[in-house]
Write a protein that binds this ligand. Structure first.
Ligand code: UT7
Length: 324
């Protein structure tokens, strides 16, 4: 028997305020047409004043717990993938714990920017497979609107706020790729690319939280290549091929990156969950948001073979293969 980490619940939360592309035409030299054709984004959600990353994370966590039919007392720990925490410390995860009324177990944040949920899922899988934990909440939550430079048209039109969560539970599998749960993962990072996507402030430099800076076009070219290779590595590790994929649930940065990667992986776009038009790029929240939407729309079904891949600041990138 092989211990597996299986997704038993999923949920998401998006802030009420929906901002269409036309909003940016009011104060920037940009157009709805440019944003739509270059990125695929049509609208995004922005958190209300005073609404924090932990607020979004708690709403998503409650939805995931409800969908799993589990109470917080049955959860051993909380992992939150985020690069936009409420405070420098304590972690968003401990804030979620306290908001849920959870005084047992553990909580910590994972910071791998847009690849954060892949990193958090991989860590949660290791904790479950090693027997350290039995049930974990894994959340991706961001308020990227707080780190936008509203005068930089090349970045501020691309990002949004939101949160998604899954409940991962230990289950016995057969050790084959027909098991439900996380089957394989692949993680990478290369700090030589740090200038491609970063925030120009921080605790030990400026003492401010800073604003996001991105070299969009060079990153675009890195993205398709690295997402394809990490997806292939994860599939190979699982003993599977692109023919086995039911759904790609990718990081939602740009429809052209999503389509380019799917094409290289030999998967048609009708097998890809796409939410970028509705959410924009929500960094670490984008994959759990897409998982939750994919399930709610009746696309992702029990037993389906999923691959998720993401890349972001660092650069950090990776992929997870799981059977739903
Ligand atoms: O989640 C982390 C990972 N993030 C990514 O992977 C993002 C990767 N990059 C991208 O998605 C794309 O590179 C962008 C959507 C950011 C840009 O698309 P692009 O096709 O690479 O365009 P570009 O950067 O080459 O810019 C083309 C032109 C430039 O004008 P010139 O120099 O050709 O005259 C830009 O100044 O578009 C201009 N531009 C804009 N025009 C209107 C840049 N932003 C805007 C804008 N509205 N908002």
């Amino acid at each position: 028997m092989t211990r597996r980490a299986v997704v038993e619940g999923v949920g998401h939360y998006l802030p009420d305020r929906i901002v269409p592309n036309s909003h940016f035409e009011e104060f920037l030299d940009t157009t709805d047409e440019w944003i739509r054709t270059r990125s695929g984004i049509e609208r995004r959600h922005f958190a209300a004043e005073g609404e924090t990353t932990s607020d979004l994370a708690v709403r998503a966590a409650r939805a995931a717990l409800d969908s799993a039919g589990l109470g917080v007392n049955e959860i051993d720990g909380v992992l939150v993938a985020t690069s936009t925490p409420d405070l420098t410390f304590p972690s968003v995860a401990t804030m979620v714990q306290s908001a849920l009324g959870m005084s047992h177990g553990f909580g910590f944040d994972v910071q791998a920017v847009c690849a954060g949920f892949i990193y958090a899922l991989t860590n949660a899988n290791a904790l479950i497979v090693s027997g350290q934990a039995t049930r974990l909440l894994v959340i991706g939550a961001e308020t990227f609107s707080r780190i936008m430079d509203w005068e930089d048209r090349s970045t501020c039109v691309l990002f949004g706020d939101g949160a998604g969560a899954v409940v991962l539970c230990a289950e016995e599998g057969t050790g084959t790729s027909s098991d439900r749960g996380i089957l394989a993962a692949d993680l990478n990072s290369d700090g030589r690319y740090r200038d491609m996507l970063y925030v120009d402030g921080g605790v030990s430099t400026t003492g401010t939280s800073g604003k996001l800076r991105m070299q969009g076009n060079p990153l675009f070219r890195q993205a398709v290549e690295k997402l394809t290779s990490t997806a292939e590595a994860a599939l190979q590790r699982a003993g599977l091929s692109h023919d086995d994929i039911d759904w790609i649930v990718p990081h939602q940065a740009n429809i052209r990156i999503i389509a380019g990667t799917a094409k290289k992986l030999g998967v048609s776009m009708d097998r890809v969950i796409v939410t970028v038009q509705e959410h924009g790029n929500t960094s670490a929240a984008s994959i759990p948001l897409a998982l939750s939407v994919g399930v709610a729309e009746g696309k992702i079904k029990r037993g389906d073979l999923l691959i998720s891949e993401a890349i972001g600041g660092g650069l950090a990138w990776g992929a997870v293969v799981l059977r739903w």
